[in-house]
Ligand binder design. Sequence first.
Ligand code: OGA
Ligand code: MN
Length: 203
Amino acid sequence: MDIEAMIDALHMQGWCVWDDFLSVDEVRALYQCLPSEWSQAGVGRQDEHTLVKSIRSDKIHWLSETMGQPVQAYLEKMEAIRQAANRSLYLGLFEYEAHFAKYEEGAFYQKHRDSFRGRANRKLTTVFYLNDQDWQASDGGELVIYRDDESFLTRLTPKGGRLVVFLSEDFPHEVLPAHRKRFSIAGWFRLNGVNGASLDIAV
Ligand code: OGA
Ligand code: MN
């Protein structure tokens, strides 16, 4: 898989899996950038604590360039994907936001969409895995992806080095309860956001 093949897959089917997106050494370097402090994740507007916990039990930490060279390198690769997607798919992706996610044993994220048509501005979702290569289906924590009509599409183990990319509005998905600690970077390319009367300005 390379960027061109990824763009083709997104064009044809709206999703793709890129195994060995990063080498074992690169995954290890990113793993070493994992933070020591984590926050309870939210679920959009209804951030009521007990409600959120029934929907998702992962912990998150937003990525920033100050977290080290491996994180910078990862963000640069995402920027290359953003530019290729804009060039070939005319997606008009404006910026990228991403967080590390930690799923302790038993943690899950119920079926959801990352974006709703005509509402939010998340267009393209990326999920990258920082786990061992030998993650088995029996270790749980699989990403299950559904089609727009909610029928089953595929299930993917969160093995290290694997990047999953899909159109945020079109694919409901869930994370099954993990039986091992599970680390990922979830990210979203967004359209230009309109905040009140002012439009974001690209720099
Ligand atoms: C998310 C998400 C999937 C995963 O954070 O929105 O769906 O496999 N993550 O970690
Ligand atoms: Mn999601």
